[in-house]
Write a protein that binds this ligand. Sequence first.
Ligand SMILES: *[C@@H]1O[C@H](CO)[C@@H](O)[C@H](O)[C@H]1NC(C)=O
Ligand SMILES: *[C@@H]1O[C@H](CO)[C@@H](O)[C@H](O)[C@H]1NC(C)=O
Ligand SMILES: *[C@@H]1O[C@H](CO)[C@@H](O)[C@H](O)[C@H]1NC(C)=O
Ligand SMILES: *[C@@H]1O[C@H](CO)[C@@H](O)[C@H](O)[C@H]1NC(C)=O
Ligand SMILES: *[C@@H]1O[C@H](CO)[C@@H](O)[C@H](O)[C@H]1NC(C)=O
Length: 359
Amino acid sequence: MALVQWVFRLLVVLIVSQSVCVMFFYTLDTHSHGDALTDSLQLLRCARLRRRFSVLTPAKSLNMKKFSQELSDFLNCPYKQNTSEQQFNRMRLQYCCNATHSLILTKRNTAVDHIITYETEGKRTYRVKADLHKMLPEDSPWSAGALGLCAVVGSSGILKNSSCGRQIDSADFVIRFNLALVNDSDVGLKTDLMNINPSQILTQYKTMEQDPGPLVERISVYGNSSLIIPAFAYGFCTSPSLRVLRVLQPIRPQQPVVFFNPHYLRALDRFWKWRGLKEPRLSSGFILISAALEMCEHVHVYGFWPFGTDLQENPVPYHYYDQSKPSPYMHRMPEEFVRLLQLHSQGALTLHLQPCHTP
Ligand SMILES: *[C@@H]1O[C@H](CO)[C@@H](O)[C@H](O)[C@H]1NC(C)=O
Ligand SMILES: *[C@@H]1O[C@H](CO)[C@@H](O)[C@H](O)[C@H]1NC(C)=O
Ligand SMILES: *[C@@H]1O[C@H](CO)[C@@H](O)[C@H](O)[C@H]1NC(C)=O
Ligand SMILES: *[C@@H]1O[C@H](CO)[C@@H](O)[C@H](O)[C@H]1NC(C)=O
Ligand SMILES: *[C@@H]1O[C@H](CO)[C@@H](O)[C@H](O)[C@H]1NC(C)=O
């Protein structure tokens, strides 16, 4: 209503185009009408940006300046959660992949002598022997939509000085990656699920059997969080993953070590490939965001930013916790990030790319 009125008035002003008329126009109207116009234009702009980002496609090259400008404008628009979109995504993912039941190997979904096919090497298999089976959890601890508000915390340098710690810690369930450092100010301390990369184990904890101290010290920072490892992604992953399970289960039974089920990972890979996401393997970040879309009521994503500069075009460290260098992804619109932006625009998850406001 107000908008139609204003467009009409604007037209009158434009057609007559006389300062007298414009003055008359403004004297008749109160200040709040001026605000209303600004608000209406802003709403239109937000709707346009929301549409644009919800159908965004990956680009080989990107005008970073324009992209940053539009994205930061869009992030200043009110966030619109869409519960039916969330339910729709949850159902699609349940139907295809069933994280609730199949994300990890359990006694319930894996029998003794079960033959596991590796995620990325279809010809390689592994027979589950009784001693491994004995160490698997009875059943999956998570059920669909039951985890409440989840925070998935990536490692991007945009979390530096973000003050997001308090907000992240207020989530019901917090997922982190690669034994990343935690701290109260920027990234929070709460951790419920920690992804571990098997190559990290190979390089940093070679002697964990003889001396489990350093590994135990590192993981106890995360309290009683579960540790999840892609033990059957590639052939080389299995041995370090099994070693971590054997070393930690007797010493820290309160901190379960669980393995991704490669059956789930292959189904998820097909799900996203079918939707045009073309890459050799999904990142662990994207995998656990997908699982969270199924298992959580709402998903908040922090620290996922694949570019070398932030929205204000300041350089961003690759990781918030170390000095490692940016990947060759730089200046190429990474495929996964495009999906996250789409999901954000559709109201299916909330992407945090700016510092958090402390109350
Ligand atoms: C929410 O999502 C549903 C299903 O995708 C869509 O039909 C509907 O238009 C969306 N609602 C809003 C307010 O965007
Ligand atoms: C997920 O798997 C469990 C166990 O097989 C099954 O009971 C449930 O119906 C499955 N969910 C869907 C949506 O297929
Ligand atoms: C938290 O981490 C940030 C960035 O990693 C760092 O700048 C800050 O000093 C840390 N704060 C504490 C209390 O450790
Ligand atoms: C974080 O803040 C510190 C101190 O205010 C500053 O020296 C540093 O450059 C900031 N880092 C980033 C990545 O913004
Ligand atoms: C962690 O587990 C131990 C042993 O089960 C328990 O005593 C402790 O309260 C738990 N800590 C938290 C923070 O839940």
